[in-house]
Design a protein around this ligand. Structure first.
Ligand SMILES: *[C@@H]1O[C@H](CO)[C@@H](O)[C@H](O)[C@H]1NC(C)=O
Ligand SMILES: *[C@@H]1O[C@H](CO)[C@@H](O)[C@H](O)[C@H]1NC(C)=O
Ligand SMILES: *[C@@H]1O[C@H](CO)[C@@H](O)[C@H](O)[C@H]1NC(C)=O
Ligand SMILES: *[C@@H]1O[C@H](CO)[C@@H](O)[C@H](O)[C@H]1NC(C)=O
Ligand SMILES: *[C@@H]1O[C@H](CO)[C@@H](O)[C@H](O)[C@H]1NC(C)=O
Ligand SMILES: *[C@@H]1O[C@H](CO)[C@@H](O)[C@H](O)[C@H]1NC(C)=O
Ligand SMILES: *[C@@H]1O[C@H](CO)[C@@H](O)[C@H](O)[C@H]1NC(C)=O
Ligand SMILES: *[C@@H]1O[C@H](CO)[C@@H](O)[C@H](O)[C@H]1NC(C)=O
Length: 467
């Protein structure tokens, strides 16, 4: 039985001045923990056969959600539900409440740009507006504090029309730096979407996005609701990040105790991660902890598709090295001989430093015969007209899939996104993957693997530049 091998890291910190206290703590630890450690199998078995400290009888309907930039990149039979359709469906499903966590808002029709490609964003905006006004749905929006670049006129309009309650988070005040970069929707604490798509018309027609939607999935939707509650509380005028969060925001669903959710074909152990750590009440797994653990526990392959990859914090005054994920990748390739493929976006705003970090990874492939670490850059093709649309035509995906697990997130893979910027991820582990699953017709992990392979083998994935 190799279920639930999420690895735990423990560290014990001590300063010289705390030695007497530590002796007491050590004694307490010995008395309390040793009997538990004696029977790890029992604890583990319970976690596996009933990972639900709370009962969850949901039959979630899970699907991948994609935006494929206009222009016939792929035949429709190899793509997943379009983001716009899923968002409109979610709005339709709402009975009482829609909660949206967002970075910025720029959904509405914009006649400056060609192809009418902002009409779809306008449609979503109108549906939200109608829900909040005509349908009496309680529409709550948490967003990053607006600024010159992102004036968020859409949400200003919704507030003016009394169609939504909006709270803006000032990260300079809350944490010193960072942004609210999260993107998720929760409907009636029952259905949800998590993915890379911003509340931007480009996210529906001009930027390549990937997310996941879960219908009828209350246990996880309520858990994600706790993350929304954190943002909501931090959006009040005098908010400060508390030293410890109220008990009702803590969670029992995490990397150590994923919740068992099933769709009609398949069971998964799933949980929601969050960053940055100061935003996490008790029990919430940090985003980067989950990423490292997933990479560590892969046995055959790790496929990563993210927009930006840099083992650095770059938003800080001084550049900081942040090697947590980079180390895990190197270790998986060198120690576990796991095949690693990274598909990193390339567009005109890509940082030149990325090429060097990526090159240093692929260079390891020559170190020993069994090391297989490959990198490609993904370039979304554009016509000259499309090229004029600012901040568009890019692969904005942020996910990872291994032979056992999948991670669908909202963060770029650079240090800032795990230390000071808010993001979330939906993580799941295949519970049927016991080598006996050929007959399962649909499986989200496999779907995600196929998305990666489609992109990796497409003409849009190009080798790293020779430097
Ligand atoms: C494990 O499950 C059994 C049977 O359901 C129960 O009696 C026992 O208390 C559980 N142990 C733990 C550590 O939760
Ligand atoms: C998860 O739940 C499904 C449906 O209730 C059940 O069939 C399956 O055995 C469970 N799997 C685990 C590992 O608990
Ligand atoms: C998609 O359709 C093309 C023909 O248009 C076909 O060759 C291909 O096998 C199909 N792919 C899948 C995954 O169904
Ligand atoms: C854009 O939409 C307008 C109004 O619906 C329509 O008149 C125009 O023909 C459309 N343009 C294109 C290029 O589709
Ligand atoms: C955000 O907080 C910073 C630091 O307290 C403050 O200087 C700034 O004015 C705030 N921004 C807004 C728009 O309130
Ligand atoms: C949720 O489940 C109910 C009962 O099985 C079903 O009628 C409904 O269509 C489902 N909703 C969605 C959005 O799948
Ligand atoms: C990260 O992602 C955002 C959009 O989601 C993008 O604007 C930004 O340039 C990316 N890169 C970095 C290093 O912040
Ligand atoms: C697997 O699928 C095949 C073909 O659909 C079917 O004949 C077989 O009985 C299935 N096996 C199991 C164990 O369900």
């Amino acid at each position: 039985m190799h279920l639930l091998i999420w690895r735990k890291k423990k560290s014990i910190w001590c300063r010289p001045s705390c030695i007497p206290v530590s002796i007491v703590i050590v004694l307490i630890v010995l008395v309390v923990l040793v009997p538990l450690l004696d029977q790890p199998n029992i604890v583990q078995m319970n976690a596996t056969s009933a990972p639900i400290s709370l009962h969850c009888s949901d039959e979630c309907r899970l699907s991948l959600v994609e935006s494929i930039p206009e222009g016939h990149m792929y035949p429709p039979n190899v793509t997943h539900l379009p983001t716009k359709n899923v968002w409109l469906d979610l709005i339709d499903e709402a009975q009482t409440q829609i909660e949206i966590a967002s970075f910025y808002w720029s959904l509405r029709y914009n006649e400056e740009y060609p192809y009418n490609s902002s009409i779809e964003g306008e449609q979503v905006f109108q549906a939200l507006y109608a829900a909040g006004s005509k349908r009496n749905i309680d529409l709550k929006i948490a967003q990053n504090w607006p600024n010159k670049q992102f004036p968020n006129v859409d949400t200003e309009y919704l507030v003016k029309k009394k169609a939504a309650q909006v709270r803006s988070l000032n990260f300079s005040k809350l944490l010193g730096n960072g942004i609210l970069h999260t993107k998720f929707w929760i409907i009636d604490r029952k259905h949800f979407y998590i993915g890379s798509a911003n509340m931007d018309w480009r996210a529906l027609t001009q930027v390549k996005e990937l997310g996941i939607v879960a219908f009828n999935c209350s246990c996880l939707a309520s858990d994600l609701g706790k993350v929304f509650d954190v943002y909501w509380s931090l959006g009040t005028p005098d908010a400060v990040v508390p030293d410890s969060w109220p008990e009702e925001l803590s969670t029992d669903i995490n990397m150590e105790h994923p919740i068992n959710i099933s769709d009609s074909q398949h069971s998964y152990g799933a949980f929601i991660t969050s960053s940055p750590p100061p935003f996490s009440p008790t029990g919430r797994t940090n985003d980067d902890t989950a990423i490292v653990s997933i990479i560590d526990s892969a046995e055959e392959f790790v496929y990563i598709s993210v927009m930006d990859y840099q083992p650095m914090c770059t938003f800080t005054h001084k550049l900081l090295f942040w090697p947590n994920i980079d180390d895990a990748i190197r270790k998986a390739a060198l120690e576990n001989n796991v095949k690693v493929k990274l598909l990193i976006s390339w567009w005109k705003h890509s940082s030149p430093a990325e090429d060097h970090f990526l090159r240093s990874l692929t260079d390891l492939s020559q170190a020993y015969p069994k090391v297989d670490l490959q990198v490609k850059r993904f370039v979304v093709p554009s016509t000259p007209e499309q090229d004029k649309i600012p901040f568009a035509r890019v692969n904005h995906n942020k996910y990872m899939v291994t032979d056992r697990s999948a991670y669908i997130g909202t963060s770029n893979w650079s240090g800032d996104y795990f230390t000071s910027t808010a993001g979330v991820a939906f993580v799941f582990q295949d519970l049927n993957n016991d080598g006996n699953f050929q007959n399962i017709t649909r499986d989200i992990r496999k779907d995600l693997q196929e998305v990666f392979e489609r992109d990796w083998n497409s003409p849009y994935a190009v080798p790293l530049r020779r430097l």
